[in-house]
Design a protein around this ligand. Structure first.
Ligand code: FO1
Length: 314
């Protein structure tokens, strides 16, 4: 029973840790946001969300940060710093190995899809990982101090700048990676992971054809709200939603996905929003969604699959 998951970074990866425990990983295809990618950072092709999902499913991710490799060292960055370079994006020594491999393979003409497959399979990941597109579509944030790459906004400047607009640079000309339309069409269940709806799921939905494929899909489409109690669990989702004029709540998330969504899973703290979301024609499951343990991640994954099955069986 093939399942497709639309995923961004840390929140999605934590959800996937539960999903792979309650169903065969080989039956899961993860369509991953690449809007955070930096095509030539220190001469390297950086794919933050692909690496977060890959390292997490490989059991290698730093569990506290949710990104990078557990126990990694930073000697290379220390030397760069000594040589006067600005090392605001913390790339560990083992992590640099991944980026060097990806950059070398892409310089040989390999597609990002192929590179992602080779790296994830080499690390023992059994799910199928797919970038949302193979072209570089950087998410840029227009702020009161100018236009900057999302990672510069988030990491270098610690999300301190006032967000005026979010741009998926060049997305109109992008094509979904090969195979994406087929996996959406053949899916028994489509899951939108608890990722930032603006800059993690937003770019995926902006790749021409993907949102329409979700609308046309026969499979139940279930999303988990990344917003709990009016706040994001991690990252700048609340600031970015507010900047886009979207209510910072599960109802705001439902608004963003309403043209294709069947079910939204919201946290117990937000149960009073259930009826107003249902009034939008979206079913609501109220559940403990804080993924503070593997047990909770598995329980959440099971609840999502159950909600989808209920829809399928009518
Ligand atoms: N996030 C940070 O807040 N600080 C970092 O220095 C940082 C480095 C980094 C390196 C590799 C990688 O794959 C992710 C990294 N992240 C870092 C996470 C990343 O900025 C965001 O969490 C995602 O791009 C948003 O989903």
């Amino acid at each position: 029973m093939p399942v497709v998951v639309l995923a961004g970074g840390v929140g999605a990866a934590r959800f996937l840790e539960g999903l792979v425990k309650v169903m065969p990983p080989e039956e899961i295809t993860v369509i991953i946001n690449t809007g955070d990618d930096m095509a030539n950072f220190m001469g390297l092709y950086i794919s933050p969300d692909i690496d977060i999902v890959t390292y997490t499913l490989a059991g290698k991710v730093d569990p506290k940060k949710g990104w990078g490799i557990r126990g990694d060292t930073f000697y290379c960055l220390e030397m760069l710093q000594r040589l006067g370079f600005d090392t605001w994006f913390m790339l560990g020594d083992q992590d640099l190995g991944t980026h060097l491999a990806r950059t070398m393979m892409m310089k040989q003409g390999w597609s990002l899809s192929k590179v992602t497959k080779v790296i994830s399979q080499s690390l023992g990941v059994r799910c199928h990982l797919l970038p949302m597109t193979e072209s570089w579509v950087p998410t840029r944030i227009m702020t009161d101090v100018g236009l900057m790459h999302f990672e510069e906004y988030l990491v270098k400047r610690k999300a301190r700048d006032k967000v005026e607009d979010v741009i998926f640079d060049g997305v109109e000309a992008a094509k979904p990676s090969p195979g994406i339309f087929e996996v959406i069409e053949q899916a028994d269940t489509i899951i939108v992971a608890p990722s930032n709806p603006i800059v993690s799921i937003g770019p995926i939905l902006a790749v021409p054809g993907i949102r329409q494929a979700l609308i046309d899909a026969g499979a139940p489409r279930v999303a988990i709200s990344p917003i709990i109690g009016g706040r994001t669990v991690k990252g700048p989702a609340d600031k970015l939603m507010a900047a886009q004029g979207v209510e910072v709540s599960p109802r705001g998330v439902a608004e963003l996905y309403r043209d294709f969504l069947d079910v939204l899973v919201i946290d117990l703290q937000d149960r009073m929003l259930k009826s107003s979301i249902e009034a939008m024609g979206i079913e609501v499951v109220v559940k403990q969604t804080m993924m503070t343990s593997l047990r909770r991640k598995k329980a959440l994954a099971l609840a999502v699959l159950k909600a989808a099955r209920k829809l399928t069986n009518g």
